[in-house]
Write a protein that binds this ligand. Structure first.
Ligand code: GTP
Ligand code: MG
Length: 346
């Protein structure tokens, strides 16, 4: 009305907006309406008319703002109510997998890392079914578990503590390479310490018909490897050494120094305690082992050692053995199978 009063009956409103007056007083004063209007005649003119917001407009604005505020408040309240529920669900979910990994005797620091990774995947969305969290965990495990393709090197050496199954594993692989892959295989042993060690290997050699060389010095070892240079595989057995007898381990390491590039398997029993696993990994380092074999999986019901072993050595597991039967009880380490064992899904 004021527009028409001031500009005449032909005035048209082009734009209207609510503005606050400048200064501190404006902050407390009611909003004002700024109107841009034009008079549609030949000498067209534009003019600004401002005034306080009419009562109904003001109420509408306040109602809109109140409604927005209510919505925000409701959202906040809902989130508050939901958070303890989410935390509880997340807690239950992580508790389940923590227990599973603890039962498998995975090291506490690895468990903490793995659960932290699940949490990241979940991103506070704990309404995932347990199985989905399990898939995330499997993904984290797969990243950690290292295995290598089967082909393997020509020269393979078996080192490790006493009685873990080095000779038996060598016999299994020798038979497998010769019988299943049709390869020429030569066997060498530098184990002339233990009574019966030689007879054990000789028996395997006679059954499979594979040639065996017994060596007494590092020089002999090089010669024996050269002698078998035409073989597709040369498997070298070593005497088991006590993990705590560093000088014995070093002496054995001296034999391996001038070998051609080889796969040096650190053979470890699945029944080894975690602390000893760490010690074995450290004390056998002078042998420059570069692959892992875990034996005697049939003698344990927990599989955390597979993950712990990789953690201590940063090396891949190539084979796992699960019984005394030659050549059957051996298989290539498979990431998914190991994850199955660790997640209790085998
Ligand atoms: N249950 C089980 N026993 C195994 C496995 N591998 C080897 N053994 C047994 O473990 C014992 C020792 O095996 P060896 O092959 O002589 O062990 P080693 O590491 O060569 O022993 P040393 O040469 O004395 O250090 C034997 O009775 C094997 O039959 C396995 O995977 N599972
Ligand atoms: Mg042996």
């Amino acid at each position: 009305m004021r527009v028409k009063d001031e500009l005449g009956p032909d005035a048209v409103i082009l734009e209207s907006r609510r503005v606050r007056m400048k200064g501190l007083r404006g902050f407390f004063a009611p909003l004002r309406m700024e109107i841009t209007a034009a008079v549609d005649n030949n000498n067209s003119s534009r003019s600004h008319v401002s005034g306080t917001l009419p009562q109904p407009e003001l109420e509408k604005g306040i109602r809109e703002e109140l409604s927005d505020l209510r919505k925000i408040l409701m959202r906040l309240v809902q989130r508050e109510e939901k958070t303890p529920e989410l935390n509880r669900q997340e807690h239950e979910l992580l508790k389940y997998w923590r227990l599973q990994l603890e039962q498998q005797e995975v090291m506490p620091e690895l468990i903490a890392e793995l659960l932290e990774e699940i949490k990241e995947y979940l991103q506070g969305e704990a309404s995932f079914p347990r199985e989905v969290a399990g898939l995330f965990l499997r993904r984290s495990l797969r990243k950690r578990l290292k295995t290598v393709p089967e082909k393997g090197a020509q020269v393979q050496v078996f080192v490790g503590p006493t009685g873990v199954g080095k000779t038996t594993t060598l016999a299994k692989l020798a038979a497998r390479y010769a019988l299943y892959q049709g390869e020429n295989v030569g066997i060498v042993t530098i184990d002339h310490y233990r009574i019966g060690a030689l007879e054990q290997l000789r028996t395997y050699s006679e059954i499979t018909g594979l040639p065996l060389e017994v060596v007494m010095t590092p020089r002999d070892l090089r010669k024996a490897v050269e002698k078998f240079s035409r073989c597709q595989r040369v498997l070298i057995d070593t005497a088991g050494r006590s993990t705590l007898n560093i000088s014995h381990i070093r002496e054995l390491a001296g034999y391996l120094q001038n070998l051609p590039p080889a796969e040096i398997f650190l053979v470890i029993s699945a029944t080894t305690k975690t602390r000893d696993l760490k010690l074995i990994a450290e004390n056998f380092r002078s042998m420059n082992y570069n692959r892992l074999i875990f034996t005697k999986l049939d003698e344990t019901s927990t599989y955390g050692f597979l993950l712990n072993g990789i953690h201590f050595t940063s090396l891949p597991i190539v084979y796992m053995t699960m019984g005394q039967s030659v050549p059957d009880d051996i298989c290539l380490a498979d990431v998914d199978k190991i994850a199955d064992l660790l997640l209790g899904e085998e």
